[in-house]
Design a binder for this molecule. Structure first.
Ligand SMILES: NC(=O)c1ccc[n+]([C@@H]2O[C@H](COP(=O)([O-])OP(=O)(O)OC[C@H]3O[C@@H](n4cnc5c(N)ncnc54)[C@H](OP(=O)(O)O)[C@@H]3O)[C@@H](O)[C@H]2O)c1
Length: 297
């Protein structure tokens, strides 16, 4: 039997078996007229992104900082301290309507704008960048993260929650990169020209805990460090200083004090000192909150 005949018989046999097993028939290909396709695309609703504000209420000639995850913890303290320094602040929160402390600050500070933002919603990130296209941003501060508070965070390998691992990667590593991509022009247009991401020594091979814990958090922060390290080669050419910053061990869990931890106001005050002192020489470095010591990778 020739090869062609063997292949034809084989295909016939396979088709018979698939039909017998109840495999679904491939639907016949349908031709859709281009004008019908275009009409369908035009009819599809555009996601509507409304923003609370713009830079209209900002003080001219004052620097501007954008802070993600600003409704609690370290992010909220950054808002307080940057406001005290006279900055215009764009503070983002997933649910601004529930961000009581942030709203209380906004009531007294017209130069604070609160925007709703889940950092994994790229459509919204891009729409927000468009909304603030004319606003220079001196400091882009990616603070939001999934921190290791969820139930399985400290489990060994058999207890890893891979959904949380994926989500941690999305929020902790990819989203800061997306934000940097989307707001790069705003930072480049500013005087300050700084991209700061809150990282963690937990993501360092050299200084992280030498024990099996926090797989998802540690992996996501290590990935964040590599993303930013790589990005720094690009930002240098634009005069932008990109750094990763470790806040230390900070008490941000309500009702819980961690051993040897510091309080958010102390950590943030020291981090702001480091941020203030940055030069392009620091581009690509992973720095500690205390005196800007370089953290080992
Ligand atoms: N605290 C420490 O000891 C410590 C140590 C090392 C590094 N860090 C880093 O420092 C930063 C702040 O830490 P923290 O202790 O203040 O954290 P936190 O108290 O857990 O607060 C995390 C913030 O991120 C926000 N967030 C989470 N997922 C988000 C998403 N998909 N989109 C937008 N926002 C989201 C949270 O918003 P919701 O309120 O809506 O959840 C919250 O505002 C993090 O990057 C963390 O990894 C902290």
């Amino acid at each position: 039997m020739g090869d062609l005949m063997k292949r034809t018989l084989g295909m016939l046999l396979m088709a018979t078996l698939l039909t017998a097993c109840g495999a679904p028939e491939t639907p016949p290909a349908q031709d859709v007229a281009p004008e019908v396709e275009a009409a369908a695309a035009a009819a599809a609703p555009e996601p509507s992104y409304e923003f609370a504000g713009s830079s209209a209420s900002f003080t001219a000639d004052q620097p501007t900082v954008l802070i993600t995850g600003a409704n609690r913890g370290i992010g909220l303290e950054f808002v307080r301290q940057f406001l005290a320094k006279g900055f215009n602040v764009i503070a983002t929160a997933r649910k601004p309507e529930k961000a009581e402390a942030l709203n209380a600050l906004a009531a007294d500070n017209p130069n604070l704008v609160i925007e709703a933002l889940d950092v994994t919603d790229y459509g919204r990130v891009e729409a927000m960048a468009k909304n603030y296209a004319d606003q220079s941003i001196d400091i882009l501060l990616s603070n939001a993260a999934i921190t290791p508070r969820y139930k399985t965070a400290f489990q060994r390998v058999k207890g890893i929650d891979f959904d949380m691992a994926r989500q941690s990667f999305e929020v902790n590593a990819l989203a800061p990169l997306k934000l940097a991509q989307s707001f790069m022009a705003n930072v480049e247009a500013s005087d300050g020209k700084k991209i700061i991401v809150l990282s963690s020594k937990a993501g360092s091979f050299a200084e992280g805990p030498q024990m099996p814990m926090m797989y998802s958090y540690r992996g996501s922060k290590a990935a964040l460090n590599m993303f930013m390290y790589t990005l720094a080669f690009e930002t240098k050419k634009k005069g932008i200083t990109t750094i990763m910053l470790s806040p230390g061990t900070v008490n941000t869990t309500e009702g819980m004090k961690m051993p040897n931890a510091i309080e958010p106001p102390d950590s943030v005050a020291m981090m702001i000192k480091v941020i203030d002192g940055l030069t392009l020489e620091n581009n690509g470095q992973f720095l500690n909150y205390e005196e800007g010591r370089i953290v080992g990778w």
